[in-house]
Ligand binder design. Structure first.
Ligand SMILES: Nc1nc2c(c(=O)[nH]1)N[C@H]1C(S)=C(S)[C@@H](COP(=O)(O)O)O[C@H]1N2
Ligand SMILES: [Mo]
Length: 266
């Protein structure tokens, strides 16, 4: 039944996608590539359903999901609360209409997608508990695009082993984690198996509303079996790599470079 609904949604989405492609032939340029990318994601959605089922049958553990009545009244915001800077401020003023998510690196089909395009793709909603290493937890509802679907559309190459999430904020020192740390662009990384877990998504809504700036607008990662610092906010680029040793401090994330565990499972 759920499958039928998804098929119907996909059919109507594909219609929209074709219209979009028609328009960009006229305007030309970047838009043609963009909508070609968008169409690939739509085409990948069918296969994604299959791999999700396979994953479930294969016994990959799901994080616990909660009821609407369990949602925390006050979900603490942590780390960067606003990336600031001229560029991010402009995106806030424009309502993120010009924000792009780039997927590149070890993929056969690099892509660039707008938030509006992501919102037209099949989505998932889940209510989960976020656990920060500092010892606080909060339950929130997340809606977004399954990452597995995007990776399938970008055609990840066999040599790729990790996805690196590049964020828009430069975090320099957080009092709650012991004061000044060395400044750096926030980033995170995941093994592909965790990227393809059915609950791993790029979320654009929190508790039924567009993500606010403090919680990572316009796009953040949710990877529900791992700790808070893996949940990268303000994501603008996903880079597929065979190893992450040449990126930033080489340990796979902003906090990992400062001594935290890379896998951070819960
Ligand atoms: N870009 C970015 N992502 C980030 C952080 C950050 O400072 N910058 N902080 C991390 C940490 S430590 C936690 S606990 C969560 C906090 O998410 P929240 O603000 O929605 O509670 O985001 C994680 N992702
Ligand atoms: Mo955290």
């Amino acid at each position: 039944m759920a499958l039928l609904t998804r098929r119907k949604a996909l059919l109507s989405l594909t219609g929209g996608g074709l219209l979009l492609a028609g328009c960009s032939k006229i305007t030309g340029g970047d838009q043609l590539n963009d909508s070609a990318g968008f169409q690939r994601v739509l085409a990948a959605a069918e296969g994604w359903t299959l791999s999700t089922q396979r994953f479930l049958l294969g016994g990959g553990a799901m994080a616990q999901e909660f009821k609407v009545s369990d949602i925390s009244k006050n979900f603490k915001a942590n780390g960067t609360l606003n990336p600031g800077g001229d560029e991010y401020d402009r995106h806030v003023d424009e309502g993120f209409v010009n924000w792009r998510l780039t997927i590149d690196g070890l993929v056969a089909k690099p892509m660039s997608l707008s938030v509006a395009e992501l919102r037209r793709l099949p989505s998932r909603t889940q209510i989960t508990r976020h656990d920060c290493v500092e010892g606080w937890s909060a339950i929130g509802q997340w809606t977004g695009v399954p990452l597995a679907l995007l990776l399938r559309a970008a055609a990840v190459l066999p040599q790729a082993r990790y996805a690196v999430f590049h964020c828009a904020d430069n975090l320099d020192g957080e009092p709650s984690k012991g004061g000044q740390q060395s400044p750096g662009q926030y980033y995170e990384s995941l093994a592909l198996v965790d990227c393809r877990h059915p609950q791993t998504m790029l979320a654009y809504d929190m508790n039924g509303k567009a993500l606010d700036v403090a919680h990572g607008a316009p796009l953040r990662l949710r990877v529900e079996r791992q700790l808070g610092y893996k949940q990268a906010k303000y994501v603008q680029r996903i880079e597929l790599v065979s190893d992450f040793h040449r990126i930033s401090g080489g340990k796979g994330g902003y906090w990992e470079d400062r001594g935290y565990e890379w896998y951070a499972g819960i």
